[in-house]
Design a protein around this ligand. Structure first.
Ligand SMILES: O=C(O)[C@@H](CO)OP(=O)(O)O
Ligand SMILES: [Mn+2]
Ligand SMILES: [Mn+2]
Length: 558
């Protein structure tokens, strides 16, 4: 990592902007801009604070891009997400992200020439290859077409027995789409069997209930997956995965399907993970795979009783944590996000406070800092995690910890101990993902209240605020046709959109500490999240490094 190399951390002074102002950097998670109708929860909700910021357009409020190539994703059809969004916000540059890097490695065949694939292929002779990951074409954590290519590629390169452990989605794609994805996968596996590869689905469960927890919010989620994937034990047993998903959907949605295992005619699980097997976690995105990676890789592990710790060859699709070197083996090298704005700023004396609740804590720390855990200079930084509610869907508690985050940020601002106070307010996103429109309206109001608390504190200390978002979600809760009309399914029900969107997000600047004459430039029309870092550096009194995406602001003399 560049931090240990010859990087010159000294930033040039900004010719017109002073240092020493307290700056609040507020990221509203899942808060895009879309036409005002009844499915735009931000519009429906009472959001006086965010509304008042909008009055500052075009000089103090504008929209920026938060999806597609502006955040390093393969195409303009790719919706934004927290990982790529916070990476761009923090790093100030656009890096080709995991989705794209895996596409390239598969297309060129380089994925099969790397150390990671060679390592796992040593098990192909006598062991089974297990692929574990999110099954959808959402493109946020994984993509079905990548899994399909990898299955085919592994079959052609000697994998004789393959077991797929699926996690159903319904969060980055429509709820109910899991059945179709499982059917597609079953088709592919049948073709592989036709070529002599014993390939089957072995287990499954919904992503939010099985395996894909994050930031150690609830290890039980990972344990449920472990029991099914490794031990071959689950409360539900089926002989077919399509049947499993259809049946279990009677009582749960795709995100929350309970764990199941596929059994043979003797009721025996068809694919537990045993000594000598190879395992690949096929998600490219880190946050929801790190916990499983620890369980699969660490000899010393006390988060739950693994019962059995098989001797396997394990590789991640990517390395999920560069600091922890976890997992130690991987198929594709992750983006090398170096020289982030956070690292520059602490080297230039900017004391930093970062806070969110557990489910988003890593977003304003780990993702913000280029997928790096921990502080750069602990004596200058404080990262505060507010424990999230565990074991509920957030439509039940749509206010989440917005108030507490606001209070912590307020106290940090008033303390005078920090130059930058950075938060992520999760509500629009986390509640938006539940598809519960009423609850999402409550969530948006709570987020707005939290912003108000922070802006009031900035007002008191004569500081500056930058309020923005990482991608859209709550501003559009229905699937629409090309002309923007809501779509209904065959039974006439509205198709609820649980996923993120491709909408732009707002950014607002202001506060009593903002130098008169500072305004948004009008010559960065395609500005995106990656332009925010240089903007924030300017407001701290520095010029951003020359390879950063340009600043969004200018200072005009009145
Ligand atoms: O919950 C998540 O993992 C993703 C959606 O898949 O959301 P976000 O990018 O906002 O974290
Ligand atoms: Mn997000
Ligand atoms: Mn989200």
């Amino acid at each position: 990592m560049a931090s240990s190399g010859q990087v010159s951390w000294k930033l040039e002074d900004h010719p017109k902007l002073p240092k020493g102002k307290t700056i609040a950097v507020v990221v509203l998670d899942g808060w895009g801009e879309y036409k005002p109708d009844q499915y735009n929860c931000i519009h429906v909700a009472q959001t006086p604070t965010m509304d008042s910021l909008k009055q500052g357009a075009p000089e103090k409020w504008r929209l920026i891009k938060a999806h597609g190539t502006a955040v390093g994703l393969p195409t303009e059809d790719d919706m934004g997400n927290s990982e790529v969004g916070h990476n761009a916000l923090g790093a100030g540059r656009i890096f080709a992200q995991g989705a794209k890097l895996v596409d390239l490695a598969l297309a060129s065949g380089k994925i099969y020439e790397g150390e990671g694939f060679k390592y796992i292929s040593e098990s192909f002779g006598n062991g089974t290859l297990h692929l574990i990951g999110l099954l959808s074409d959402g493109g946020v954590h994984s993509r079905l077409d990548q899994l399909q290519l990898l299955l085919k590629g592994a079959g052609e390169r000697g994998a004789k027995r393959i077991r797929v452990h699926i996690l159903t989605d319904g969060r980055d794609v429509l709820d109910g789409s899991s059945v179709g994805f499982v059917e597609t996968l079953e088709n592919d596996l049948a073709q592989l069997r036709g070529k002599g590869v014993d390939a089957r689905i072995a287990s499954g469960g919904g992503r939010m209930y099985v395996t894909m927890d994050r930031y150690e919010n609830d290890w039980n989620v990972v344990k449920r997956g472990w029991d099914a994937q490794v031990l071959g034990e689950a409360p539900h047993k089926f002989t077919s995965a399509v049947e499993a998903v259809k049946k279990l959907r009677e009582n749960a949605n795709d995100q929350y399907l309970p764990p199941f295992v596929i059994v043979d005619e003797n009721n025996k699980a068809v694919g537990p993970i045993v000594d000598g097997d190879a395992v690949v976690t096929v998600n490219f995105r880190a946050d929801r795979m790190v916990m499983l990676a620890k369980a699969l890789e660490y000899q010393d592990f006390d988060k739950f009783d693994r019962v059995r710790f098989p001797k396997i060859r394990y590789a991640g699709m990517l390395q999920y944590d560069g600091e922890l070197k976890l997992p130690s083996r991987y198929l594709v090298s992750p983006p090398e996000i170096d020289r982030t704005s956070g690292e520059y700023l602490v080297h230039n004396g900017v004391r930093t406070f970062a806070c969110s609740e557990t489910v988003k804590f890593g977003h304003v720390t780990f993702f913000w800092n280029g997928n790096r855990s921990g502080c750069f200079k602990p004596e200058m930084e404080e990262y505060v995690e507010i424990p999230s509610d565990v074991g509920i869907t957030f439509n039940v508690q749509p206010k989440m910890k917005a108030l507490e985050i606001g209070e912590k940020a307020r106290d940090a601002i008033l303390s005078g101990k920090f130059d930058q106070v950075r938060v992520n307010i999760p509500n629009g996103d986390m509640v938006g993902h539940t598809g519960d429109i009423e609850a999402t309206v409550v969530a948006c109001k709570a987020a707005d209240d939290s912003v108000k608390m922070i802006l009031d504190a900035i007002e008191k200390v004569g500081g500056i605020y930058v309020v923005t978002a990482d991608h859209g979600n709550a501003e559009d809760m229905v699937k629409r046709n090309k002309s923007g009309e809501p779509l209904k399914d065959k039974d006439g029900n509205l198709q609820i959109l649980t996923s993120h969107t491709c909408q732009p997000v707002p950014i607002a600047i202001g506060g009593p500490g903002l130098t008169p004459g500072v305004r948004f430039r009008n010559n960065v029309p395609n500005g995106g999240l990656a332009n925010v870092a240089a903007t924030v550096m300017n407001l701290h009194g520095y010029v951003a490094p020359s390879d950063y995406e340009p600043t969004l602001i200018e200072v005009v003399s009145n």
